[in-house]
Ligand binder design. Sequence first.
Ligand SMILES: [Zn+2]
Ligand SMILES: [Zn+2]
Length: 391
Amino acid sequence: MANMNRMVDPMAVTWSERYNKTFERVWAKLPNFLGSFIATAAVFILGSSIRGDWLLILVHFIKYLRNGQEDETNSTLSSEGQTLYGDFSLKDYKLEGLPYYILPAMTISYVTYLGVGGFLHWYYYVRQRDRPEEWKCQPTKWLSPELERHEILLGSLSLFFGSVLSGIISCFIMNGGRTFVYYDYADYGYVWAVLQWPAIFIWQDYLTYWGHRIFHTPFLYKHFHKLHHTYKQPTAFSVTAIHPVEFLFFQGILISPMFLVPTNWITMIVLLSYTYYHGIIDHSGINFKAYWWQPWQPNCIFHDNHHQYFHVNFGFNIKYWDTLHGTDRKKDRLYREDIFYGQGKSVDDATEGELAQDMAERESENPLAYDNNQHAYELKQSDLKTSKKNK
Ligand SMILES: [Zn+2]
Ligand SMILES: [Zn+2]
């Protein structure tokens, strides 16, 4: 079976393929529920640790145990001068012991990215490769081996920057640097304890929507964001495969609340984990759907559509922004990499050739990835004729 699949679909992550038989043997011995539990846990762990933010969690936990006391004199880590260049001292910036934060952040990031990302790859893209129509958003199209390598290399480069940034912030907080992070919900009253959840979530997601939309204007798109759009069929490895400038920009939006408003550490950690978890899910290329308790959350296919059609569906965790600003995908429009600004082109104005190309794109989508397992953007010849007649 494996040989037959190899011909159909040339996948690139050969290390996960090479050990397929061994994985398969171990997997077969696990009871079914355990298997799906591991798969879910793996996605979650990857999501919450991918950018070194597990370190932020740890730092906050330690500070929590210390009752959140500002501890400016007794650093637990080395307090040797750490003078690097002349008068520059890490201590002046509350960054003493910085390497002790950055190095572990990096190690864990890479081990998790390759380990868990590899696991997911094997679980769906290798193990269920012969039946992509059951789980894949674009069942007939696969990322080329070159692009698989490309996204893993680029994704790893971003992890490097992400780990450095997380290390710096963790170190800063640990050394008593000023942030608005607090530890007891009672400190700012229970109204804010409840309100901060939607407030911070909406703040992060709305800014991310606009940031992403602005990165889709011609200049910024060509120079930065196009890189992330090399992957027309994204996978879990694509999530951090973006230009470093852009990566730091979005990371900045996500951590901005703790420098602006009183943010309880639990709120921050839960929201960051939620965002990272969905970053993985939404890039996985697998037909994951939102749960009943998250009516604001689009299905995975929403961002998969963004990769397939480029300048449309700019939102991430709240689907209403695109509806509100008219940049959501519409059935009677076609979208391509050279049609900017989220409005697409009316199918009535399209040439025969453009239409044929667009129809083929639409047909390559998996209906199972949509609500009620029904393709939401299917266009039939009859639809076209009526739409042209009405005009
Ligand atoms: Zn984009
Ligand atoms: Zn993306």
